[in-house]
Design a protein around this ligand. Structure first.
Ligand code: AFP
Length: 335
């Protein structure tokens, strides 16, 4: 097996990004360093007294775990030293942090996604997305640099802290995956240019609010279960509750994930900028699709740093069926 490190891969592919000067590679290097450190902390978390809550609530109204705080602080410190990064926005912070005025890029991060799983040793992840800034280099960055829309991403990816530590990313030229070789301390190319299987093996969603979903989706899921039960190769339910883990499994094995909204709260739970945009780009690059039920996620215009969206990720044909179900549904009041 030919060993290609992330470092090597990045330097070979630097020209993929128009006008790249090595700045982008340096940002991915920071992300991979953060990943190695978080992976190390997670493995000995119970022994280092860093499990549990910190006693604060974040902008999302969720209680902050010690490891959420540690990961957010660690990445912020790494990015603050990188002259190429003009600003940083995190799911954990109320607003963005301006960094180097001379930086060309801004970075958005969900530093530890699935953190309610940390205390029970279930995989968690980091999700990132990188944009070229819109405001002039040499000035402090502004909120508009972070609200560019999913199609303006120049790189997006995730780190999965599971049985192995994996880093998957795209720059719009396929999805490439690397596995941390702990002895060498390097990420090694393990999944070049992966494509999502067209056929689903799994379906993943939390149905505790099923009775509050849009009636079209309730009907669709009922029909799906019926069809699935009659199939000679039925799909199985797999739901971890960490988006990175659920996404990663479905990407490699084929599957469909959804976190819909309810009639009362159609925007659901997941965050457009920190979770939906990066995962949407990755899945499109791997041959799948991402919508909010009807509209491609990457076409949604952002209005705020902490905006939420319903999220459906899976094979293209399946998401088309869901969109049709929503579009052809006759509201009860109109019958
Ligand atoms: P936490 O970071 O609060 O654990 O939330 C994780 C998450 O944002 C995403 O990773 C999961 O897919 C989703 O929420 C799980 O939400 P439910 O617990 O409501 O199913």
């Amino acid at each position: 097996m030919q060993l290609i490190t992330l470092e090597q891969f990045l330097s070979d592919r630097q020209q993929e990004i128009e006008g790249a000067t090595g700045a982008f590679s340096k940002i991915l290097r920071d992300l991979s360093l953060g990943a190695k450190l978080i992976s190390f902390y997670l493995r000995r978390a119970a022994l280092s007294n860093i499990l549990g809550e910190i006693g604060l609530t974040n902008i999302q109204g969720e209680s902050v775990q010690k490891l959420d705080h540690l990961s957010n602080t660690l990445f912020r410190q790494l990015f603050a030293k990188n002259p190429h990064i003009a600003g940083f926005a995190s799911e954990e912070d109320d607003t963005f942090t301006p960094l180097s005025p001379d930086g060309k890029y801004v970075i958005l991060l969900d530093p530890l996604d699935g953190s309610s799983n940390i205390d029970v040793g279930v995989p968690v992840g980091t999700i990132f997305s990188i944009y070229r800034r819109r405001t002039p280099v040499g000035s402090p960055c502004a909120e508009t640099d972070f609200l560019q829309g999913g199609r303006a991403q120049v790189a997006a990816g995730y780190i999965l802290y599971g049985t192995s530590t994996l880093l998957f990313y795209t720059t719009g030229k396929g999805v490439h995956g690397f596995t941390l070789e702990p002895a060498a301390g390097d990420f090694i190319l393990s999944h070049p240019d992966i494509k999502m299987p067209e056929k689903s093996s799994y379906y993943s969603f939390n149905d505790n609010q099923l009775h509050e979903w849009h009636p079209a989706l309730q009907d669709f899921i009922k029909a799906f279960h019926q069809e699935n039960r009659q199939s000679s190769k039925p799909q199985s339910l797999r739901y971890v509750g960490s988006l990175v883990a659920d996404f990663h499994r479905n990407l490699l094995k084929g599957g469909f994930f959804m976190y819909p909204g309810t009639v009362a709260k159609p925007e659901g739970k997941l965050r457009l900028l920190y979770e939906a945009y990066p995962m949407a780009w990755l899945i499109e690059e791997a041959g799948g699709a991402a919508t909010n039920g009807v509209q491609p996620i990457l076409d949604i215009q952002p209005t705020g740093l902490h905006q939420r969206t319903a999220l459906f990720l899976g094979p293209r044909y399946f998401l088309e069926k869901i969109a049709q179900a929503f579009q052809s549904h006759v509201p009860v009041a109109k019958i």
